[in-house]
Ligand binder design. Structure first.
Ligand code: IFM
Length: 433
């Protein structure tokens, strides 16, 4: 295994902190619309990490990991247009200071989907150039105020989800279904990344990168149509992000398909692509499963997901550890920078019995994936692995119905109970150090 391999655990602002109604994000609005989020649940209280962060940092410390990956809520920092919240900044200062005190490195993401509602109300979200300027204004504040306390910084988490799930499939906030919006949101969210990269490079010196979710795409019914669907789905979900960030261009097959659908692509400027492809110091990869697809004539993007008979998690996602390695190999076609697996983990239907959660399936999932990563870490220059997630939390459109945590959360009392997988991960880390 690589020397200095980083063990970590991940979580994200909206999913754990609780907004306590002090500010509004696009997920609060989305959750109010019937049929969008399980039981109309939202992040008002989440895991109340805002109040319980010291207890949570102690749990991270006791787990024995080197690093904690967290995100900052744009809306907590800028609850209204042009209004900076000192309380918001101070919360993150306290959290990062506590991590330092406990000698845990921080890996901080500036955008993990909780766009302030005012940005959406002003310009419609990521489909508008102005959103990139609002984001830059926020990112500058975060960087200027927090850089001393941060060890690694990432601009975005999973831009594919913001663009494709949020603006094409309608499964994530803001819940739109529009092909032109998919490519506009893709481009402008990446441009926001590029603008922040420029500011950071001109003024600061630490590690900055981006986190992409990559899933190996395949079909189990090999024919011309299905193979074409595999390629185009790979372009839409993986290469639409890898290529601009590392090569400064979008996949030609994707652009051709968009043109065939009469999408005007003149908003994509060469100078934007230069900013977007500024060198990063690391790539974060989030991966949970593969994407099994077939041709679908009724979809403008020509593919649909299909079911396999493989073992599944509670998300109905196939358990395919080897596909994690395939995704890292795909990224390696684009870049030599160090790679961190910034999210990997699984939801299962946990039960708390006598103050214990015996989550054997999650334990097996995590240890299988982690051991594979350790084995491949030298060949593929993988420098770390973060489990998703530190604790059960708000799982977006699934509300609180899916539990990904290695710590169980009772959503009535906020009591935390480490699960069996927490203890086995702890043991694994200890024996490897
Ligand atoms: O919970 C999410 C996380 O916010 C982003 N990556 C995938 C996780 C599981 O769905």
């Amino acid at each position: 295994m690589k020397n200095n391999f980083t063990y970590g655990v991940s979580a994200a602002s909206y999913q754990i902190e609780g907004t306590h109604n002090k500010f509004e994000t696009i997920w609060d609005t989305f959750a109010k619309k019937d049929g969008c989020v399980h039981n109309n649940e939202d992040g008002t209280f989440a895991c109340d990490h805002y109040n319980l962060f010291k207890e949570d940092v102690q749990l991270i410390k006791d787990l024995g990991v080197d690093s904690y990956r967290l995100s900052i809520s744009w809306a907590r920092v800028f609850p209204e247009k042009g209004v900076l919240s000192r309380d918001g900044i101070d919360f993150y200062k306290s959290l990062l200071t506590e991590l330092k005190r406990q000698n845990i490195k921080s890996n901080v993401t500036m955008y993990h989907w909780d766009m302030p509602s005012w940005v959406y109300d002003e310009v419609g979200g990521w489909i508008h150039l102005d959103a990139t300027e609002y984001f830059l204004e926020y990112a500058k504040v975060i960087i200027d105020e927090l850089d001393d306390l941060v060890d690694m910084l990432a601009t975005l988490n999973e831009p594919m989800c913001s663009a494709y799930l949020g603006h094409y499939l309608g499964l994530h906030a803001p819940g739109h279904r529009d092909l032109e919006e998919y490519i506009k949101a893709t481009h402008y969210i990446l441009l926001a990344h590029g603008k922040v990269m420029k500011y950071y490079r001109e003024n600061y010196k630490k590690q900055i990168g981006i986190v992409l979710n990559l899933s190996h795409v395949l079909t189990d019914a090999d024919n011309d149509d299905n193979n074409m669907a595999v390629n185009i789905h790979d372009a839409v979900t993986n290469r639409a992000y890898l290529e601009p960030v590392f090569n400064g261009s979008y996949p030609e097959d994707l652009l051709n398909l968009l043109r065939k659908n009469n999408i005007d692509l003149s908003f994509i400027k060469d100078e934007d692509l230069k900013l977007i492809s500024a060198p990063v110091d690391f790539l974060g990869i989030n991966n949970y499963t593969h994407a099994l697809v077939e041709y679908d004539q009724s979809n403008q993007l020509l593919s649909k997901g299909v079911q396999s008979d493989l073992p599944k998690t509670a998300m109905d996602w196939d358990i395919t550890p080897e596909s994690l390695i395939k995704s890292v190999e795909q990224a390696r076609e684009y870049t030599d920078v160090p790679i961190y697996i910034t999210e990997n983990g699984a939801a299962f239907d946990d039960e708390l019995i006598n103050d214990e959660v015996v989550d054997n399936e999650r334990e097996e999932y995590i240890l299988t994936h982690l051991k594979l990563i350790e084995q491949e870490s030298v060949r593929l220059n993988i420098q770390g692995y973060y489990v998703w997630s530190l604790m059960d939390n708000f799982e977006w459109a699934y509300g609180y119905s899916k539990r990904f945590g290695i710590i169980y959360v009772d959503y009535k009392t906020y009591k935390r109970t480490p699960k069996k997988s927490y203890y086995s991960l702890k043991k694994h880390i200890l024996s490897n150090k």
